[in-house]
Design a binder for this molecule. Sequence first.
Ligand code: PLP
Length: 243
Amino acid sequence: MIATANDPNNAAGPAIASQLDAVRERIAAAEARYGRAPGSVQLLAVSKVQPAARIRAAHRHGQRAFGESYVQEACDKQALLADLRLDWHFIGRIQSNKTKTIAERFDWVHGLGDPRHAQRLGAHRLTVSDRPLRCCLQVNLSGEGSKAGVEPQALPELLARCAEVDGLRIEGLMTLPAPAEDGAAQRRPFAALRALRDRLATPGQPLATLSMGMSDDLEAAIAEGATMVRIGTAVFGPRPRHP
Ligand SMILES: *Cc1c(COP(=O)(O)O)cnc(C)c1O
Protein backbone atom coordinates (compact mmCIF):
# COMPACT_ATOMS: atom_id res chain seq x y z
CA MET A 1 0.00 0.00 0.00
CA ILE A 2 1.15 3.51 -0.64
CA ALA A 3 1.20 5.90 2.25
CA THR A 4 -1.77 8.21 2.06
CA ALA A 5 -1.04 10.56 4.93
CA ASN A 6 -2.66 13.82 3.95
CA ASP A 7 -1.49 16.00 6.80
CA PRO A 8 -0.88 19.50 5.44
CA ASN A 9 1.74 20.03 8.12
CA ASN A 10 3.72 17.08 6.86
CA ALA A 11 7.28 17.25 8.18
CA ALA A 12 8.67 16.76 4.65
CA GLY A 13 7.27 20.14 3.59
CA PRO A 14 10.35 22.32 4.26
CA ALA A 15 12.67 19.81 2.56
CA ILE A 16 10.43 19.67 -0.49
CA ALA A 17 10.30 23.47 -0.67
CA SER A 18 14.07 23.79 -0.66
CA GLN A 19 14.51 20.89 -3.11
CA LEU A 20 11.97 22.52 -5.43
CA ASP A 21 13.89 25.78 -5.21
CA ALA A 22 17.12 23.96 -6.05
CA VAL A 23 15.54 22.31 -9.11
CA ARG A 24 14.10 25.63 -10.27
CA GLU A 25 17.57 27.13 -9.96
CA ARG A 26 19.08 24.30 -11.99
CA ILE A 27 16.48 24.85 -14.70
CA ALA A 28 17.03 28.62 -14.75
CA ALA A 29 20.80 28.19 -14.85
CA ALA A 30 20.54 25.75 -17.77
CA GLU A 31 18.17 28.06 -19.62
CA ALA A 32 20.70 30.88 -19.25
CA ARG A 33 23.70 28.76 -20.11
CA TYR A 34 22.21 27.26 -23.26
CA GLY A 35 20.51 30.36 -24.60
CA ARG A 36 17.00 29.26 -23.79
CA ALA A 37 14.36 31.87 -22.97
CA PRO A 38 13.76 32.28 -19.22
CA GLY A 39 10.70 30.26 -18.26
CA SER A 40 10.70 28.22 -21.48
CA VAL A 41 11.21 24.95 -19.61
CA GLN A 42 8.32 23.69 -17.52
CA LEU A 43 8.92 21.57 -14.42
CA LEU A 44 6.80 18.44 -14.14
CA ALA A 45 7.17 17.11 -10.60
CA VAL A 46 7.14 13.31 -10.76
CA SER A 47 5.27 12.23 -7.64
CA LYS A 48 4.86 8.49 -8.32
CA VAL A 49 5.11 6.42 -5.13
CA GLN A 50 5.21 9.62 -3.05
CA PRO A 51 2.37 10.20 -0.59
CA ALA A 52 -0.30 12.81 -1.21
CA ALA A 53 1.01 15.01 1.62
CA ARG A 54 4.21 15.56 -0.35
CA ILE A 55 2.26 16.67 -3.40
CA ARG A 56 0.34 19.04 -1.18
CA ALA A 57 3.61 20.44 0.17
CA ALA A 58 4.96 20.97 -3.34
CA HIS A 59 1.74 22.66 -4.39
CA ARG A 60 1.96 24.96 -1.42
CA HIS A 61 5.37 25.95 -2.76
CA GLY A 62 3.95 26.86 -6.16
CA GLN A 63 4.08 23.57 -8.08
CA ARG A 64 1.04 22.69 -10.14
CA ALA A 65 1.97 19.93 -12.62
CA PHE A 66 2.52 16.41 -11.29
CA GLY A 67 3.51 13.20 -13.06
CA GLU A 68 2.23 9.77 -12.04
CA SER A 69 3.06 6.31 -13.36
CA TYR A 70 0.51 4.04 -11.70
CA VAL A 71 -3.15 4.63 -12.43
CA GLN A 72 -4.75 3.34 -9.24
CA GLU A 73 -2.21 5.04 -7.02
CA ALA A 74 -2.77 8.32 -8.87
CA CYS A 75 -6.55 8.06 -8.48
CA ASP A 76 -6.21 7.46 -4.74
CA LYS A 77 -4.07 10.57 -4.37
CA GLN A 78 -6.30 12.67 -6.61
CA ALA A 79 -9.18 11.89 -4.26
CA LEU A 80 -7.12 13.13 -1.31
CA LEU A 81 -6.13 16.30 -3.16
CA ALA A 82 -9.47 17.14 -4.75
CA ASP A 83 -9.48 20.55 -3.07
CA LEU A 84 -6.42 21.65 -5.10
CA ARG A 85 -6.26 22.70 -8.73
CA LEU A 86 -3.52 20.46 -10.12
CA ASP A 87 -2.50 19.33 -13.59
CA TRP A 88 -2.04 15.56 -13.78
CA HIS A 89 0.32 13.96 -16.27
CA PHE A 90 0.33 10.22 -16.88
CA ILE A 91 3.93 9.18 -17.54
CA GLY A 92 3.71 5.42 -17.02
CA ARG A 93 3.23 2.52 -19.38
CA ILE A 94 -0.25 2.60 -20.91
CA GLN A 95 -2.28 -0.59 -20.53
CA SER A 96 -5.41 -1.08 -22.64
CA ASN A 97 -7.57 -1.85 -19.63
CA LYS A 98 -6.60 1.48 -18.04
CA THR A 99 -7.23 3.80 -20.97
CA LYS A 100 -10.70 4.77 -19.76
CA THR A 101 -9.44 5.86 -16.36
CA ILE A 102 -6.43 7.64 -17.85
CA ALA A 103 -8.67 9.57 -20.25
CA GLU A 104 -10.91 10.62 -17.38
CA ARG A 105 -8.36 11.46 -14.73
CA PHE A 106 -5.39 13.01 -16.50
CA ASP A 107 -4.72 16.20 -18.44
CA TRP A 108 -1.67 14.87 -20.27
CA VAL A 109 -0.29 11.50 -21.38
CA HIS A 110 3.43 11.34 -22.15
CA GLY A 111 4.06 7.78 -23.26
CA LEU A 112 1.74 7.31 -26.22
CA GLY A 113 3.26 4.74 -28.58
CA ASP A 114 0.39 2.67 -29.93
CA PRO A 115 -2.41 3.88 -32.23
CA ARG A 116 -4.86 1.47 -30.57
CA HIS A 117 -4.23 3.18 -27.25
CA ALA A 118 -4.75 6.51 -28.98
CA GLN A 119 -8.12 5.35 -30.31
CA ARG A 120 -9.27 4.17 -26.91
CA LEU A 121 -8.03 7.25 -25.07
CA GLY A 122 -9.65 9.58 -27.59
CA ALA A 123 -12.98 7.77 -27.58
CA HIS A 124 -13.18 7.81 -23.78
CA ARG A 125 -12.04 11.39 -23.57
CA LEU A 126 -14.87 12.56 -25.82
CA THR A 127 -17.38 11.11 -23.39
CA VAL A 128 -15.99 12.90 -20.33
CA SER A 129 -14.53 16.23 -21.44
CA ASP A 130 -14.69 18.79 -24.20
CA ARG A 131 -11.00 19.51 -23.71
CA PRO A 132 -8.71 17.20 -25.65
CA LEU A 133 -6.30 14.93 -23.80
CA ARG A 134 -2.85 16.41 -24.45
CA CYS A 135 -0.39 13.76 -25.61
CA CYS A 136 3.27 13.26 -26.34
CA LEU A 137 4.41 10.42 -28.59
CA GLN A 138 7.17 8.34 -27.02
CA VAL A 139 10.23 7.57 -29.10
CA ASN A 140 12.80 4.95 -28.16
CA LEU A 141 16.18 6.46 -28.95
CA SER A 142 18.73 4.69 -26.81
CA GLY A 143 17.56 1.19 -27.54
CA GLU A 144 17.61 0.10 -23.92
CA GLY A 145 16.35 2.63 -21.37
CA SER A 146 12.72 1.75 -21.78
CA LYS A 147 11.17 -0.76 -24.11
CA ALA A 148 8.22 1.58 -24.51
CA GLY A 149 7.89 3.97 -27.41
CA VAL A 150 8.38 3.54 -31.14
CA GLU A 151 11.57 3.41 -33.15
CA PRO A 152 12.30 6.68 -34.95
CA GLN A 153 11.44 5.23 -38.35
CA ALA A 154 7.96 4.30 -37.08
CA LEU A 155 7.22 7.77 -35.74
CA PRO A 156 5.76 9.40 -38.89
CA GLU A 157 3.18 6.63 -39.18
CA LEU A 158 2.32 6.81 -35.46
CA LEU A 159 1.96 10.57 -35.68
CA ALA A 160 -0.30 10.37 -38.71
CA ARG A 161 -2.55 7.82 -37.03
CA CYS A 162 -2.73 9.61 -33.67
CA ALA A 163 -3.22 13.07 -35.15
CA GLU A 164 -6.54 12.10 -36.65
CA VAL A 165 -8.02 10.79 -33.39
CA ASP A 166 -10.73 13.05 -32.01
CA GLY A 167 -10.40 13.80 -28.33
CA LEU A 168 -6.60 13.94 -28.40
CA ARG A 169 -4.17 16.73 -29.18
CA ILE A 170 -0.63 15.69 -30.06
CA GLU A 171 1.56 18.25 -28.32
CA GLY A 172 4.98 16.82 -29.05
CA LEU A 173 7.46 14.05 -28.34
CA MET A 174 8.82 12.31 -25.28
CA THR A 175 11.81 10.10 -24.65
CA LEU A 176 13.22 8.18 -21.67
CA PRO A 177 16.80 7.24 -22.49
CA ALA A 178 18.98 4.80 -20.62
CA PRO A 179 21.19 6.52 -18.04
CA ALA A 180 24.42 7.77 -19.60
CA GLU A 181 27.77 8.49 -18.01
CA ASP A 182 28.71 11.93 -19.24
CA GLY A 183 27.04 15.02 -20.58
CA ALA A 184 27.89 14.37 -24.22
CA ALA A 185 26.37 10.88 -24.07
CA GLN A 186 23.32 12.26 -22.25
CA ARG A 187 22.75 14.83 -24.96
CA ARG A 188 22.76 12.41 -27.90
CA PRO A 189 19.22 10.97 -27.58
CA PHE A 190 17.83 14.40 -26.67
CA ALA A 191 19.40 15.93 -29.78
CA ALA A 192 17.93 13.06 -31.80
CA LEU A 193 14.44 13.70 -30.42
CA ARG A 194 14.66 17.36 -31.29
CA ALA A 195 15.89 16.56 -34.81
CA LEU A 196 12.93 14.21 -35.30
CA ARG A 197 10.59 16.91 -34.11
CA ASP A 198 12.14 19.50 -36.42
CA ARG A 199 11.72 17.11 -39.34
CA LEU A 200 8.07 16.25 -38.61
CA ALA A 201 6.74 19.58 -37.38
CA THR A 202 4.32 21.47 -39.62
CA PRO A 203 2.54 24.79 -39.06
CA GLY A 204 -0.64 22.92 -38.19
CA GLN A 205 1.19 20.35 -36.03
CA PRO A 206 4.16 22.15 -34.45
CA LEU A 207 4.95 19.42 -31.88
CA ALA A 208 6.07 22.21 -29.58
CA THR A 209 6.54 20.04 -26.50
CA LEU A 210 9.74 18.08 -25.99
CA SER A 211 9.27 16.05 -22.79
CA MET A 212 12.79 14.96 -21.90
CA GLY A 213 15.20 15.16 -19.00
CA MET A 214 15.04 13.77 -15.46
CA SER A 215 16.86 14.43 -12.19
CA ASP A 216 20.26 13.32 -13.47
CA ASP A 217 20.21 14.75 -16.97
CA LEU A 218 17.96 17.80 -17.01
CA GLU A 219 20.79 20.13 -18.06
CA ALA A 220 21.61 17.97 -21.09
CA ALA A 221 17.92 17.91 -22.04
CA ILE A 222 17.55 21.68 -21.71
CA ALA A 223 20.67 22.16 -23.82
CA GLU A 224 18.95 20.19 -26.58
CA GLY A 225 15.61 21.94 -26.41
CA ALA A 226 13.50 20.29 -23.71
CA THR A 227 10.34 22.24 -22.92
CA MET A 228 9.23 19.95 -20.10
CA VAL A 229 11.54 18.14 -17.69
CA ARG A 230 10.16 15.29 -15.58
CA ILE A 231 11.81 15.46 -12.18
CA GLY A 232 11.14 13.04 -9.34
CA THR A 233 14.07 12.34 -7.05
CA ALA A 234 15.52 15.85 -7.07
CA VAL A 235 12.17 17.29 -5.96
CA PHE A 236 10.88 14.66 -3.54
CA GLY A 237 14.01 12.77 -2.50
CA PRO A 238 14.61 9.05 -3.03
CA ARG A 239 11.55 6.96 -3.88
CA PRO A 240 10.37 3.95 -1.99
CA ARG A 241 9.98 0.99 -4.37
CA HIS A 242 6.62 0.67 -6.10
CA PRO A 243 4.79 -2.08 -4.20
C1 PLP B 1 10.21 8.16 -12.57
C2 PLP B 1 10.24 8.87 -13.86
C3 PLP B 1 10.84 10.13 -13.98
C4 PLP B 1 11.57 10.83 -12.83
O1 PLP B 1 12.82 10.24 -12.61
P1 PLP B 1 13.86 10.89 -11.54
O2 PLP B 1 15.16 10.29 -11.97
O3 PLP B 1 13.42 10.47 -10.19
O4 PLP B 1 13.84 12.36 -11.72
C5 PLP B 1 10.76 10.77 -15.20
N1 PLP B 1 10.13 10.23 -16.24
C6 PLP B 1 9.53 9.03 -16.18
C7 PLP B 1 8.83 8.48 -17.38
C8 PLP B 1 9.57 8.31 -14.99
O5 PLP B 1 9.00 7.10 -14.94
